[in-house]
Design a protein around this ligand. Structure first.
Ligand code: ADP
Ligand code: ASP
Ligand code: MG
Length: 410
């Protein structure tokens, strides 16, 4: 008998009726002869509500206590799903992350999974139980409860699938992976398959459909990953590990736009590695991910640096600059919060040139100003004002064939 790992997201378990429907789906697969391990997220938007609650108590919640609070969301949904499964005649047992020994690093709210002890899962499966596991949470070496970052249940699911050598099915509120978030790009196309490399790139560039570390883990451990809707019954998207993933050769596979970064602009810093080290060591020590960086000289002795960091980490840049300014009053700095990062992703870029030129032609046609640019082997990303987002999405989406075109017959 094979093990199947399934993950159900917040919307999929958002109401008691949906929990009962999910339970039926799981039992059907078990009766087809599979051993079922199910990872669930917190119900609906309950994680958001818990964050809101904390903010009503304090403007600066302690990270350890935040993890203590947020992990309660998944404890509600696992117990309810196990009860629904039992009510429908199956045997089921739920486990929290710490109960299963989902070992993580100690960094609260950004912990990474180190290992999982699957012996309790095997024991339960051998007694024909359906195992229900809380996503998004784990425990550090010091027995502290941790969380993996927003959307982290996908990563819990893939990590468990890797440990159990099973396939991983992610059930959510869309029919699969689209060329872009269908809520943003009108007429976005659904992809039958996508390569794990492209999906990793899209997830880390802000396609919220999968937690980026889940795709990294799937790629690293060769876990077959499938994303589909919990309720529609339509076929979903298969993430092909390695390889191209597509029969036909399309240049660009997908597009993302993300508001999760801010642009830090530092002017008149002393020239040299010392300044760069001071900034980037500080960011690294606080686990702040610096993304796009640009540098411009201002005379021989001073330079301007601009870079993007996650919005939630803007305070780290503020604290650094506040202390630096006390030592050197020639420095000026500001944070631009009104930006959006857009990216296009495609393996086709490895073999085709001229893609960047086409992007900038299309943006120029719409009078869109680009503030920063980076490229990798399979993506081009740029930062622009958030006011231009809608226009840019449509012109790039249509220009690179990411939308369904109506067939004109006559
Ligand atoms: P879950 O709670 O099931 O984890 P999420 O809200 O985290 O669901 O992810 C699903 C959402 O991801 C979709 O509703 C969709 O708006 C968004 N999304 C972003 N990019 C894409 C994409 N390329 N394809 C499909 N959905 C996307
Ligand atoms: N409940 C958590 C969140 O909302 C984890 C998840 O949904 O994957 O971020
Ligand atoms: Mg999610």
């Amino acid at each position: 008998m094979g093990i199947i790992v399934q993950k159900y997201g917040g919307t999929s378990v958002g109401t008691p009726e949906r929990i009962r429907l999910v339970a039926e789906k799981i039992i059907k697969r078990q009766r087809e002869g599979n051993q079922m391990v199910i990872i669930v997220s917190a119900m609906g938007k309950s994680t958001d509500s818990l964050i809101q609650l904390a903010r009503e108590v304090t403007s600066n919640p302690d990270p350890r206590e935040m993890d203590m609070l947020l992990t309660t969301g998944e404890q509600v949904s696992i117990s309810l799903l196990a009860m629904a499964l039992m009510d429908k005649g199956a045997d089921a047992v739920s486990f929290t992350g710490p109960q299963l020994g989902i070992q993580t690093t100690a960094f609260h709210q950004k912990a990474r999974i180190l290992d999982i002890d699957v012996s309790r899962i095997h024991q339960a499966l051998s007694k024909d139980k359906i195992v229900v596991v809380a996503g998004f949470q784990g425990v550090s070496e010091n027995q502290e409860i941790t969380t993996l970052g927003r959307g982290g249940s996908d990563t819990s699911a893939v990590a468990l699938a890797a440990k159990l050598r099973a396939e991983c099915e992610i059930y959510t509120d869309v029919d699969g992976i689209y060329t872009m978030d269908p809520r943003k790009l009108h007429g976005a196309k659904k992809l039958e398959t996508i390569s794990s490399e492209e999906m990793m790139e899209m997830a880390s560039l802000g396609a919220g459909v999968l937690h980026h570390r889940s795709v990294e883990l799937a790629h690293k451990f060769g876990v077959p990953l499938y994303v589909a809707s919990t309720f529609s019954g339509q076929s979903g998207t298969r993430i092909v590990i390695g390889g191209n993933g597509k029969m036909e050769d399309s240049l660009i596979t997908g597009m993302t736009s993300s508001h999760s970064d801010v642009q830090v602009i530092l002017m008149n810093l002393p020239v040299g590695m010392k300044s760069l080290r001071r900034i980037f060591d500080e960011m690294g020590d606080k686990e702040v991910n610096v993304d796009m960086i640009s540098q411009m000289m201002n005379g021989d002795k001073r330079m301007h640096i601009s870079f993007t960091i996650p919005r939630e980490d803007a305070h780290v840049a503020r604290e650094l600059m506040d202390t630096w300014l006390q030592e050197d009053d020639a420095i000026h700095w500001s944070i631009n919060e009104d930006i959006v990062k857009m990216s296009i992703v495609g393996m086709g870029m490895r073999t085709h040139s001229g893609v960047a030129g086409k992007v900038f032609d299309l943006l120029e046609q719409e009078d869109i100003e680009v503030k920063m640019i980076t490229t990798s082997e399979i993506n081009i990303s740029w930062v622009m004002s958030s006011a231009d987002e809608e226009k840019a999405i449509q012109v790039i989406g249509d220009g690179f064939d990411l939308t369904e075109k109506e067939i004109e017959r006559e």
